[in-house]
Design a protein around this ligand. Structure first.
Ligand SMILES: [Zn+2]
Length: 306
């Protein structure tokens, strides 16, 4: 008798909403849909594609030129477009380039995809920490990287508008409207005076041997920016940081991603990105002097904008 009573009580407790149609709480929108970029446990990222993707983007956007570079790369590389993440990227790009130039919304969506790919790569990356000896902050030499001066004016054709602009490399000015609006306010020599046209003009004179004393990191910067159709973003602080006499170009803002062009072998430079709040290097890819650069970026953030 006692046992029977207990059973009926328990049944009552277990069904408090008797008569009410219960909704499954797990059907709600609160559950994040699984990312289409999620890397399955038995799948390895295609390293060459990851290397290619790592060289693109920055400042929270991707340029049409970068999308075109990636489309050509995938078009010419069968293995890349049949593996992760090339397969999905190829599908997106094919839809985007269908009879038109990708819009700003297309590019923003694609940039978000690249951010998800970056997170996935970082999640599975085997990060090789910078085990070099501790480098004291006061042993780093921080300098400006001034724009070289050359008594020359060059016409640079712009595909966007279908005509040319005049770049004066002595005054470091350009006749494009963007230059007058947002770059003319910086002092002569300041990298932030560089619009896309000025970058092309600098690369032309460097390649023609007209700036023999130009520093290799400036050459690498101009080459990389022309390749990707990018200017030098005015919201960043651009500094040459010499670590054990080796020049690193460090590009930082007060928040978000910072970038560094670090020297590799054969006088080449590679671009790396570090997130100060999350304390991580993009794609798990750490430059040789990673710890020293992190210390510099922490210190720069404490001091505030230059
Ligand atoms: Zn310009």
């Amino acid at each position: 008798m006692v046992e029977l009573l207990w059973h009926s009580l328990a049944a009552g407790i277990n069904t408090p909403y008797r008569g009410v149609t219960m909704e499954n709480p797990f059907d709600s929108d609160a559950i994040e849909p699984q990312s289409r970029w999620l890397l399955q446990p038995d799948v390895e990222p295609h390293q060459e594609t990851v290397h290619f993707v790592r060289s693109l983007g920055g400042s929270g956007e991707i340029t049409v030129k970068e999308l075109t570079l990636l489309a050509y790369y995938l078009n010419e590389n069968r293995e890349a477009r049949h593996s992760w993440p090339g397969e999905l990227l190829f599908q997106s790009l094919a839809g985007m380039f269908d009879h038109r130039t990708p819009s700003k919304a297309d590019r923003d969506g694609f940039n978000q995809d690249l951010e998800e790919i970056e997170r996935e790569c970082s999640r599975v990356a085997v990060v090789i920490a910078d085990e070099g000896p501790e480098i004291a902050l006061d042993s780093l030499r921080v300098e400006e990287l001034p724009l070289p001066v050359l008594d020359k004016t060059i016409e640079i054709f712009s595909d966007d508008v279908g005509h040319s602009y005049n770049v004066n490399l002595h005054r470091q000015s350009c006749s494009c409207p963007g230059w007058s609006a947002s770059r003319s306010k910086y002092n002569a020599g300041d990298l932030r005076r560089c619009c896309t046209h000025m970058i092309e003009a600098y690369l032309q004179v460097i390649q023609a041997g007209e700036l023999p004393d130009c520093s290799p990191v400036f050459h690498a910067l101009m080459e990389d920016r022309v390749r990707r159709g990018r200017s030098l973003d005015p919201k960043f602080t651009w500094r040459l940081v010499k670590i054990k006499l080796r020049p690193h170009l460090v590009i930082h803002a007060s928040r978000g991603w910072s970038y560094v062009y670090a020297p590799g072998g054969n006088s080449t430079f590679s671009r790396y990105a570090f997130e100060v709040d999350e304390r991580r290097w993009a794609f798990g890819h750490v430059p040789g002097s990673g710890k020293a650069i992190e210390s510099y970026l922490d210190d720069a953030r404490k001091k505030g904008p230059a």
